[in-house]
Design a protein around this ligand. Sequence first.
Ligand code: SF4
Length: 232
Amino acid sequence: MVADHTAYSRWNDEYVDRDPRDLLAEVYQRYGHEVTLASSFGAEDVVLIDMACQVNPSPEVFCLDTGLLFDETYQLIERIQSRYSLRFQAYRPRQTVAEQAKEFGEALWLRDPNRCCALRKLEPLLRALDGKTAWISGIRREQAPTRKNAQLVEWDQSHQLIKVNPLAYWTDQMVWDYIRDHALDYNPLHDQSYPSIGCVPCTRPVKPGESARAGRWAGFDKTECGLHEDEG
Ligand code: SF4
């Protein structure tokens, strides 16, 4: 389906003060099976999955399984799949971690994390988005300076499709209030000073006073894996 720019850009005004479920319902109604929801199973993602399941009996959800996720994340993925009726798909890199080490050397993430993310996240993302008209993400303006201009609905220039960020204006407090009010399951690492959770080698707990994403790629001038590079 060719995206109707006038329709979705209007949604930014129409839905700015409304419940994110209203926007999700509109997006699913208009684009149906051509919509997919990206999930790393962080706090925002468990909220979005819960909301999506309220307006769609079986939403498509995908994750980028780099093969380097925390055990806690893999266990949460299992539990979420048991709880909800999802059309779930994990997209994995072309190479296993061992195959990548053989071609590029051990621990590529320590020497060239951009290359590693390109191989283990960005290429699988292209496959996940292939044939879609819109994708849904859990990014919020408050998360990082690179996300401060995120819109509810925007054109993803890199992937040439509509990107929907239903929680763009939500605060941390709103996310956690929703999780508690709806008794949602979430990654236990969030209770151990991991506000943002990615691959094991590139994620550490944050210290008091640090930003939510300070624990990602610590020591590198890198704050995003490239999935959301149009923000900023
Ligand atoms: S987050 Fe780290 S380990 Fe994961 S794909 Fe990116 S560089 Fe590699």
